[in-house]
Design a protein around this ligand. Sequence first.
Ligand SMILES: O=C(O)CC[C@@H](O)C(=O)O
Ligand SMILES: [Zn+2]
Length: 540
Amino acid sequence: MAGIFQRTPKLWTALRHLSPHSTLSSTATTRLSPVDLHTPFLTCSSGQFVAATRKLHGAGAGGLKPSPAAAPERLPFSRVTQEDLVFFRKILPGRTITDPDLLESSNVDWLKTVRGSSELLLRPQTTEEVSQVLSYCNSRNLAVNPQGGNTGLVGGSVPVYDEIILSTALMNNILTFDSISGILTCQAGCVLENLSLYLEERDYIMPLDLGAKGSCQIGGNVATNAGGLRLLRYGSLHGTVLGLEVVLADGRVLDCLAALRKDNTGYDLKQLFIGSEGTLGVITAVSVLCPRKPKSVNVVFLGCETFEQLLRTFQLCKGMLGEILSAFEFLDSECMRLLNTHLKLSNPISECPFYVVIETSGSDPTHDGEKLHNFLEEAMTSSLVTDGTVATEESKIKTLWSMRERVTEALTHDGFTYKYDISLPVEQIYQLVTDMRQHLGDRARSVVGYGHVGDGNLHLNITSPAKDPSLLAAIEPFIYEWTASCQGSISAEHGLGLKKRNYIYYSKPSQAVALMGNIKAMLDPKGILNPYKTLPDNIK
Ligand SMILES: O=C(O)CC[C@@H](O)C(=O)O
Ligand SMILES: [Zn+2]
């Protein structure tokens, strides 16, 4: 059951044509009944559908070679020989892949913007096998590209040249789950969605939820420090990952897989590997602190006239929904246009410059419903929102979430996409989109803004009919300079990978980058792990 509310009779009339929902008006003549808000449901996002489409469609137009600027020279690593293959086949029988057709999808990133030319894919099942592989590669000076679900957006998960692809896909066992503490321990190759389903059967959820959950793997999520849609509520993986098992470049196994909430015995080494994009070690197992599955989830889709009103809605929402607020996401009208045009998704409310997806997750449907009702009434009477719809039933919730989760997919049908993942003080996040539009004029096909308002994380995406170096030159370094002028981050949650590594200095001082270089040299002296990623080509 879903409800729609609106500010004016005219809008209400328009909305009634869209679907036969109940209404909540600011004049309080018709209100959302408690039933609308209290209907129980099982899960709260449409990740499965989005992930499945992601798998099928891949990305849109554009070249498959990294641009010369993005591609450094091949470093002097050894090349795989027949003797090497004999060794790998001995330790990984049937899982040493050299067939070019089978290698194809592992050599290309999801966006189809980076293509490597690896001739060897290894599929270990155990930590011991990973250790044997790395120990051998290190001694032979063979470069290795660790790979999870290959859903990354910065070219971090595919080889640049002929690096050996080390896939974690077959390391997909759940090791333990403690139903009292909620601590899950599993191998790195477990697909995020499978973990979510496993946990939901036990009344828990993963603290992480992403549009790519049908394909992405937990090891890859941790390696990129993926943020996603629940970060506002459950925090980043730096907090929810309690332990890691990592195989170092020389094959040593670092067992930091403790499943403890508190542990102050020395430096917290696992933190180094969270977000290191496979450059410091290969994550082979993870223990994660999982929240209880909420008993009551509501999703609201709202329209705002200005970004200023959207921010005031966020402020109001934090105050009035408090502990039950679990997501506050936005998309602009350009995103809505792409969803309509390319995916045929229809706008569930009337047209607005900005749209907001708010999710509440709590333990008491009556309490949560009342809070949400009061918030919506206040948001309307103070004219912060112009239109909206509420969903409590699982399928409606999925439909509303897909308006936000499928923007990435819609963009792939719009042309070659330049992607930016920026952290800024929340008041400034949309100004960047406005300035970029003005700066580019009609040189871009679309300039869209969406993202995680609750985390101050903007996804600014720009499309053109095909890859366009002059457009790129207009975007960069403009966008990085703009971000740096606000002390923002040029990578909020996607990592630096191949594409962004040389822009690190816009967000990190040279001392910090130099220290990162020292850490890399200490843990991986030959530099065999995911070369050409994360760290800049020349460390100052
Ligand atoms: O496509 C993007 O740029 C963002 C993808 C993802 O981080 C999201 O929040 O939807
Ligand atoms: Zn995101």
